[in-house]
Design a protein around this ligand. Structure first.
Ligand SMILES: NC(=O)c1ccc[n+]([C@@H]2O[C@H](COP(=O)([O-])OP(=O)(O)OC[C@H]3O[C@@H](n4cnc5c(N)ncnc54)[C@H](O)[C@@H]3O)[C@@H](O)[C@H]2O)c1
Length: 254
């Protein structure tokens, strides 16, 4: 992809699953990467695996916490000397019927998935505006932000909110040459999904792929990482305010 060599890329939620694959892809493209993650041991282990691919540094911090986000941004800028692109990827999910969701559980989901996304996006946008360089921000939504999967009301609502966060940011920040887009993956095989699917029985994933996904398979983290890289690259130079769906056709099937 064009224009990624030497780019300074922050990947929030870069220590596992889609985020780690995204860090690897940016490093393979010649970019420099600073990644964030919640758990310090997980972050350290990811950095150890990624070092082989290029220059990578990291911060363990909670994106729902303002001080944590400040620390993430400060260490990213110190390590990279500025920021050109953000993969705003941190997120969580769990199954819970609508009638059972407590206000505390609702708040916990929103704190990470929507408040965290906002805090990181705003902090990076402020850096990009101050630099005067333009840049790219990609916020992680989901096809769950576009259609309502049962037992995920709070997750779905958080991911739908990210779509409007993304569109409005694009409208306001275009004047600063900052492009803002969202990613909407379907079922991707990651530690997060493995944990959820384990509670649904051995055959769940195979049946899900067969019955719901036109390509008849689930997706791999690398397939989402490639789209993050595309949206941050010069090949996407006129793309802003929109979302790209990476779901094997799931959203379009009846
Ligand atoms: N796996 C899928 O099928 C799928 C589909 C659509 C969207 N997504 C989204 O992709 C993103 C990555 O998911 P994944 O499946 O790779 O999950 P994962 O659990 O493997 O990785 C999640 C990442 O987010 C970080 N994170 C979680 N909570 C955090 C917090 N409070 N503060 C800082 N970092 C935090 C983790 O440390 C980790 O790096 C999430 O936003 C998720 O909603 C995943």
């Amino acid at each position: 992809m064009r224009g990624l060599r030497g780019k300074r890329v922050l990947i929030a939620g870069g220590s596992s699953g889609i985020g780690e694959a995204t860090a690897r892809r940016f490093l393979e493209e010649g970019a420099r990467v600073h990644l964030g993650g919640l758990n310090p041991d997980e972050v350290a282990a990811a950095v150890d695996r990624l070092r082989h691919y290029g220059e990578v540094s990291a911060t363990a911090a909670d994106v729902s916490d303002e001080a944590g986000v400040q620390r993430l941004l400060q260490q990213a800028q110190e390590a990279l000397g500025g920021i050109d692109a953000l993969a705003n990827n941190a997120g969580t999910a769990w199954r819970e019927g609508f009638l059972d969701i407590t206000p505390a559980h609702w708040d916990a989901m929103m704190a990470v998935n929507l408040r965290g996304m906002f805090l990181v996006a705003q902090a990076v946008a402020r850096v990009l505006v101050a630099q005067g360089t333009g840049g790219s921000i990609v916020n992680m939504s989901s096809i769950n932000g576009m259609a309502g999967e049962a037992e995920y009301t709070h997750y779905n609502a958080s991911k739908a909110g990210i779509l409007m966060l993304t569109r409005t940011m694009a409208v306001e920040l275009g004047v600063h040459r900052i492009r803002v887009n969202a990613l909407c993956p379907g079922y991707i095989e990651t530690p997060l999904n493995a944990q959820i699917s384990a509670s649904l029985g051995e055959d769940f994933v195979a049946a899900y792929a067969r019955d719901k996904i036109p390509l008849r398979r689930t997706g791999q983290p690398d397939e989402v990482a490639a789209t993050y890289a595309f949206l941050a690259s010069d090949d996407a130079s006129f793309i802003t305010g929109t979302e790209i769906v990476v779901d094997g056709g799931q959203l379009t099937a009846m």
